[in-house]
Design a protein around this ligand. Structure first.
Ligand code: HEC
Ligand code: HEC
Length: 236
């Protein structure tokens, strides 16, 4: 004789609850998976950031408009004007954690709280995007736009865009690379570019995702780095 185990509504409840809980836990998990790498929404207050950039002395080096205005041969300060705010925030966090090494910026990053940083970066990102004024180079242009696949040099333009102003689209062949973390390089300062490209090549700077920048620069010659600096720093 078949036995029926009669379940009272109270007995049913735990099983039901387990399902409901499982459902919501899965939803939460999915939501977490969909989170961008950088959780902070870019909600910085640019007007506040302008005041803080002056108070916190960022403007003394980077300029209040993010275009430096300094003799940069030895200081090698980057322009920040119109840079992607998510990229800037990642750099700040990398200076703080030691992923990217620079003694001075590490101290700056440790002494500022995140709310102030986000405001300051929102200010710089809201400025008209940096433009160049250098004499260009045909060799640099060819490398930037076409790369040299035989030597493992992927075209810079495939990630940084033909005008060097970054990209808003997912990058073909690099599905994990978030477009907002690819920086504007077109119009960047010559001496700063030179320092960074040499640092990537030497493995002094290693904070790019999957080492993409170390891979792409490792076979560049000095002459090619110079040519790239000329071309990139001339981009409008
Ligand atoms: C004394 C000069 C100086 C001051 C003051 C200064 N910086 Fe910098 N900053 C630099 C230099 C030099 C670098 C490049 C470091 C390197 O080569 O890795 C840099 C790099 C950066 C970068 C990375 C940019 C990029 O394109 O990768 C950010 C972001 C930044 N600074 C933000 C700030 C903020 C915000 C402040 C104020 C709180 C500030 N800096 C104050 C000199 C300065
Ligand atoms: C696969 C994509 C990809 C390719 C190809 C690529 N880059 Fe990059 N590049 C990046 C990313 C991503 C970063 C930011 C890394 C980080 O998070 O610090 C970067 C950073 C840089 C920086 C530092 C910018 C700054 O403000 O500090 C320079 C300069 C640069 N790239 C130049 C080049 C040049 C020149 C080439 C071609 C020889 C090139 N890149 C090819 C993705 C790429």
């Amino acid at each position: 004789m078949a036995t029926f185990i009669l379940r009272s509504p109270l007995q049913l409840a735990p099983a039901l609850w387990r399902r409901v809980t499982l459902f919501y836990v899965s939803l939460l998990y999915l939501a977490l998976l969909c989170q961008p790498l950088i959780a902070e929404e870019f909600s910085g207050n640019a007007a506040e950031g302008k005041l803080k950039a002056a108070d916190e002395r960022c403007a003394e080096c980077h300029g209040l408009d993010g275009n430096i205005h300094a003799f940069n041969e030895s200081t090698k300060i980057p322009k920040l004007a119109g840079q992607s705010p998510d990229y800037l925030l990642k750099q700040f966090q990398d200076f703080r954690s030691g992923e990217r090494k620079n003694d001075f910026m590490a101290i700056m990053a440790r002494n500022l709280d995140d709310a102030d940083v986000v405001d300051i970066l929102a200010w710089y990102a809201s400025q008209p995007v940096m433009t160049g004024s250098h004499e260009s180079s045909a060799q640099g242009e060819k490398l930037f736009l076409e790369g040299d696949i035989k030597r493992g040099i992927v075209a810079c333009a495939s990630c940084h865009g033909r005008d060097g102003k970054g990209t808003r689209e997912p990058v073909k062949g690099y599905p994990d690379l978030l477009p907002e973390l690819v920086p504007v390089v077109g119009g960047q300062d010559w001496h700063y570019l030179d320092q960074q490209l040499r640092d990537w090549r030497a493995g002094e700077r290693t904070n790019s995702q999957d080492g993409v920048m170390n891979n792409v620069t490792k076979n560049l010659t000095d002459a090619e780095i110079n040519a790239l600096n000329d071309f990139i720093s001339a981009l409008k």
